[in-house]
Design a protein around this ligand. Structure first.
Ligand SMILES: Cc1cc2nc3c(=O)[nH]c(=O)nc-3n(C[C@H](O)[C@H](O)[C@H](O)COP(=O)(O)OP(=O)(O)OC[C@H]3O[C@@H](n4cnc5c(N)ncnc54)[C@H](O)[C@@H]3O)c2cc1C
Length: 387
């Protein structure tokens, strides 16, 4: 039986980073992934993921984000890949709305560089957007996006360079904790043994983590790319593109929160936009990948509220899965019954920007049983995860 110090189940966003961090700490790592590297079946595809620091979701996330930013730079250096694009970020809401107020709270508490802009100032600086008149925006120059496919590829590349054995196209059927304190993992191809296990199966958590993974819903989400309508007197291509247009999150007048990205791929490309939460639970093995015309129409009319000239054609639409926890906070910790097993899941629609720091935390928990980074918010036994 092939064995290793640590087996990592799932080589997507978080499992890829965990395998990388563990291999760099000198452990023998075996990674098992049912699909191919940087695949588009889970949560980590579509070209762009927002990274930002003024976090409206909770001030507790900020130290982890500062740490993650260091990790992004290191991953770029080690893999010799360009992964990060800092083009600024703006979080727009009504004056009392969480998208804005939460971002401001985090920025103030952690002294993060930021500017508060009125609706008119937003349009003055970023001419493609015209928010509601009463809206306020928090602009953060340090925000931008990373490329998820390149991130996963980079983690795989660096992990492999440090000796990790990574198997693709090999689905894990089950794992068991052995009496001696190790683990045994059964796949389509064989059985493997290890001292420790990291389980990072994203939207498939309920299948691989039983009761511990049961709170994780797998939600179907759609990403859309729309071409702007260009004509004289309207915003020009440059106004929609990286360098001028920031990444954005917006929710005003009680409408559905949207997020999105500037045009990143040159003329002919589109603004990428999506609803943050559509809450459509789905079976990850039976997700409907077809995007229907009514969905496109709903998205485009919502997008026009912020980008009044985003009237061009739909360039593309892709489905993706959020592995969401009930309170939208991550789920990271040692398995409640088996301390040799580290669980990293529940990253929902906002986990990607943390990829490098989650890799570090998973490696800390696997090797030392604890981490110095603050992860109390993500406890597997918190009340919000109980029925
Ligand atoms: C549309 C969309 C937009 C998003 N936007 C952002 C954003 O802007 N910023 C941000 O920070 N986050 C964003 N996110 C969230 C972020 O992408 C996810 O939180 C993150 O990718 C989840 O990582 P994961 O490792 O848990 O899942 P994944 O990356 O999906 O990895 C799980 C892996 O486990 C594998 N696996 C599952 N079962 C098995 C098995 N039985 N055997 C072997 N392998 C298995 C899967 O194939 C997969 O590769 C977005 C997500 C989506 C879908």
């Amino acid at each position: 039986m092939l064995s290793a110090d640590v087996i990592v189940i799932g080589l997507g966003s978080m499992g890829g980073a965990a395998a990388n961090a563990l291999a760099q700490r000198g452990l023998s790592v075996l990674g098992l992934e049912r699909f191919w590297p940087s695949h588009d079946r889970g949560s980590a595809h579509g070209g762009t993921r927002i990274i930002r620091q003024s976090y409206y979701e909770g001030v507790e996330y900020v130290p982890l984000l500062l740490r993650a930013y260091e990790g992004w730079r290191r991953l770029e250096e080690q893999s010799e890949q360009k992964i990060v694009t800092l083009t600024g970020g703006i979080y727009i809401g009504d004056p009392e709305e969480e998208t804005f107020t939460g971002a401001l709270r985090s920025a103030r508490q952690w002294n993060l560089p930021h500017e508060v802009l009125s609706s008119a100032e937003i349009t003055g600086r970023f001419p493609a957007m015209r928010p509601a008149e009463s809206a306020l925006g928090l602009f953060e120059a340090n925000a931008g996006f990373v490329n998820p496919e390149r991130t996963t590829a980079a983690n795989i590349q660096v992990a492999t360079q440090h000796g990790a054995r990574l198997h693709f196209g090999e689905a894990v059927r089950s794992w068991t904790a052995t009496r001696g304190g190790g683990v045994e993992v059964v796949t389509d191809h064989g059985t493997y043994g290890a001292d420790r296990l990291v389980v990072a199966p994203g939207a498939w958590s309920a299948q691989l983590l039983g009761e511990v993974g049961a709170p994780v819903a797998s939600e179907r989400q759609v990403m859309y790319w729309f071409e702007p309508g260009y004509s004289p007197g309207r915003p020009a291509f440059e106004d929609y593109a990286v360098g001028r247009q920031p990444v954005f999150i917006e929710r005003t007048n009680g409408n559905d929160q949207v997020y999105g990205f500037p045009i990143a791929d040159g003329p002919g490309g589109g603004i990428k936009i999506g609803f943050f939460h559509e809450e459509r639970p789905t079976d990850p093995d039976a997700i409907d990948r077809e995007v229907l015309p009514f969905e496109v129409a709903r998205m485009q009319s919502r997008a026009l509220e912020l980008f009044p000239h985003l009237t061009g054609r739909l360039i593309d639409a892709k489905t993706c899965l959020y592995p969401s926890s009930p309170d939208d906070h991550f789920m990271i910790g040692l398995h409640p019954e088996h301390s040799q097993v580290t669980v990293a899941t529940g990253f929902g629609g906002h986990g990607f920007k943390f990829v490098p720091v989650v890799g570090e935390i998973a490696a800390d928990l696997s090797t030392r049983g604890r981490t110095d980074l603050s992860i109390d918010l993500f406890a597997l036994d918190r009340p919000a995860l109980q029925d």
